[in-house]
Every structure is written in C-alpha cells, then in structure tokens.
Design a protein around this ligand. Structure first.
Ligand code: ZN
Ligand code: ZN
Length: 379
C-alpha cells in the first residue's frame, strides 16, 4: 500500500538526489521539474504518495525554493514522510483552490521550460499546460534516468533483498506445480508466496504451460498443465523498501521433456550465461544483447528469440538501461538489469531464463542464484 513509509533512505541521501536532479536539469536547459506521485517522487523525496485525481506535485526549480504541493487532506501524510526535513516547503491546497495555478505562483520568474515526470496523468499535463501557457513542457525521464539507473550501494542491497526474496519463491515451485492443475491454480499459490516471502506487492505472475510457454507475456489461464511439457514461470513483486524483483525459470513437470526442448534449452542456457559473463564496466548495453543473440542465432534459433535481452530494474520493474540493439550506453558500476533471453516456437512451446544482475567495479554480480538448468519437477 502507498502512504506513510518508514522505509525511506536517510534524508541526507534524498537531499543529495534532489541536488543532483537540479544539476542535471540545469545542464539540460530545464528550469523546473514537476513530479507527481509515482516512483520518481518516491525516489526523490521518499514520499510514496497516493496517485489520485487531486494534484500532489514536487516543484523543484533549478534555482529557488523547492515545494511539495499537496491536497490539504494529505498534508499530514506528506509531513510524516519527512518531506519538510528535505528543505521542501509543504504547500497545501484546499478543495476549491486551483492547484495548477498555485504551482504557477511558486515558480521563480522567467521559467520557460518545465520537465514533467513521464508517468504524470494526461489530465494533469493538460491542466498544467492551461495554467502555464508560456511554459514549454518536456519529459523529466531523460533527466531522472541519469540518477535512477546508477544505483547506490544501499539501493543494490535493496535489490539484492528483492532478488533473494523471489529466489525463495522459485525454490518452492515444486510445492505447487504438477500435472492436472491449472496455470491459474498454480499462479494463485505463487501469488500468495510472493507476499509471504518478503514482498508487499505482487507485480506479475506468469505461468505459461505448453503452447503458452511460447508467449512471453502470457499471464495465467485455465489451461491444465500436462506431463512432460515446459512451464515458464516469470514472477516479480515489490519489497517494502520499494525495489522490484523479476526472475524466470523454465520447469518441466512430471516427466522428461522431449529431445528438441533439451537441445534448444541448452543453447538458451549457454546464451544467458555468456551474456552475464560479458557484463562489466565499459561494455555497451547493446553488446550484452549481441552476445546472447549471437549464440542463439549460431545454433539456428535466431528467429525464435523475439525480444530484447533485458531491461533495467529498480523502483520500477522496467526502467533504464534497456539491453537492446541500438543502446550504446556504456555500462557503469551500480547499473542493474535483467538478462533474459528466450526461445519460442509459437503454438508449441518455449523457454526463458532470467536473472537480475548488477554491474560491479570489475564485473557482474547476479542477484538471483537459483539453478538455471531445466528443472524437472516431480508430479
Ligand atoms: Zn520477468
Ligand atoms: Zn524481466
């Protein structure tokens, strides 16, 4: 649940983030950041505000005093989250006030360009446009990604806790996965286990059996799981500290898979391991994708690897950096992302292996450590 959180980073870290956000904004030619509830606001202020129709907005000018505009009824929650300890003036507005015009009165003179958080509701974006017609709007994502994709030691630890939590759920899959049960039944048990094992929120549960294993974003269905077929289990949640987990393993239930599956799974496992081993500071994001793709293509399965190799992860389960052709970003220590190649034969079966990894000073650390073999679960 959102609301008051006692799991914020220390105020000194948040003050540092606010200062860096201003510095990056200044160098991008932006005069003010406007940040509504969501992961960006939580990252910058520790305040996990409710995303509702009433405007809550961090007003962070490059020069001048920052403020947190909140509905009067949420003032207590904002104070409890420690916003005033960060040097933010909390500015409440009453039900009949125009909150957007109020933000306008808080801006220093001469503001020309405002960067709005990427997830701001369209109705709020348009209300700001109407209230501040001379202010050009841009996206804050390009600025905040520069901060958020470089995790501090404390953030890497928080991601590590999330990774260990989802490892514990995968370790228990044998309790639930067996022939004759539906994907939905298994998924419900996994859902409960994600919450029982160190998360406060379930973000997604994919249990793709048989032909559904070939559909990367399948969730669950009433299909009955059959003996000897692959089941892709891709699951993730959010911890109390606000960090996400995401891990995929492919299982076979109640019997040996056929040779074809064994053959391409072996290729997939080599590709995932090689891509992981390739990660170190200075290599590009796209080169990690290329390593996995080359191995899969060389084995003749290139057409069956139908998505990018990975995505960044942190306070959102998909964020920068994306591990994809065309992303020439050099990796740096503290960047965290998934490595999740897959091989899929539509209508028949498929497999995926996914770990979250973090770039270290001289290499890589995997935050998921469950065995990556094709696991045959007794049924
Ligand atoms: Zn996943
Ligand atoms: Zn993923």
């Amino acid at each position: 649940m959102s609301g008051v959180t006692s799991f914020s980073p220390p105020a000194t870290d948040l003050i540092d983030r606010l200062a860096r956000a201003r510095a990056v904004a200044a160098s991008a030619g932006v005069d003010v950041l406007l940040v509504s509830p969501g992961p960006d606001l939580r990252y910058l202020t520790g305040y996990d505000a409710k995303p509702l129709e009433r405007l809550t907005c961090l007003v962070l000018p490059v020069e001048g005093s920052p403020a947190l505009v909140v509905p009067a009824l949420e003032r207590t929650a904002a104070e409890a989250a420690g916003a005033d300890a960060l040097g933010l003036e909390i500015v409440p507005w009453q039900e009949t006030d125009d909150a957007y015009a109020l933000v306008g009165t808080l801006l220093p003179g001469g503001v020309r360009q405002a960067a709005l958080d990427n997830h701001m509701w369209a109705e709020k974006v348009l209300a700001f446009r109407a209230a501040l017609p001379s202010v050009e709007q841009t996206l804050a994502g390009e600025i905040l990604r520069e901060l958020r994709m470089r995790k501090t030691t404390a953030e890497v630890e928080a991601l590590g806790e999330a990774g260990a939590a989802i490892d514990r759920v995968h370790a228990r899959i044998g309790e639930w996965l067996r022939p004759g049960r539906t994907e939905r039944e298994v998924g419900r048990d996994i859902y409960d286990a994600i919450l029982a094992e160190g998360h406060v929120q379930v973000d997604f549960v994919i249990v793709g059996s048989g032909p559904n294993s070939a559909s990367p974003h399948h969730e669950v269905s009433d299909r009955v799981i059959q003996r000897g077929e692959p089941v892709v289990v891709d699951i993730g949640g959010t911890t109390e500290a606000g960090y996400c987990s995401d891990e995929t393993r492919t299982y076979v239930v109640g019997g040996e898979p056929d040779d074809e599956i064994r053959r391409y799974y072996d290729v997939l496992q080599r590709a995932q391991a090689a891509a992981t081993a390739h990660v170190r500071p200075g290599v590009t994001a796209e080169s990690v994708d290329a390593v996995a793709r080359q191995i899969i293509s060389d084995a003749g399965y290139g057409e069956a690897f139908i998505h990018r190799t990975g995505h960044g992860i942190g306070m959102e389960s998909h964020e920068d950096p994306y591990i994809v052709t065309g992303n020439t970003l050099p990796l740096e220590p503290g960047m965290a992302f998934s490595i999740e190649p897959g091989i899929y034969f539509e209508g028949r079966h498929g497999a995926r292996i996914e770990d979250i990894v973090v770039v270290t000073e001289d290499g890589v650390e995997s935050l998921n450590v469950r065995p990556r073999d094709l696991v045959v679960v007794d049924g």
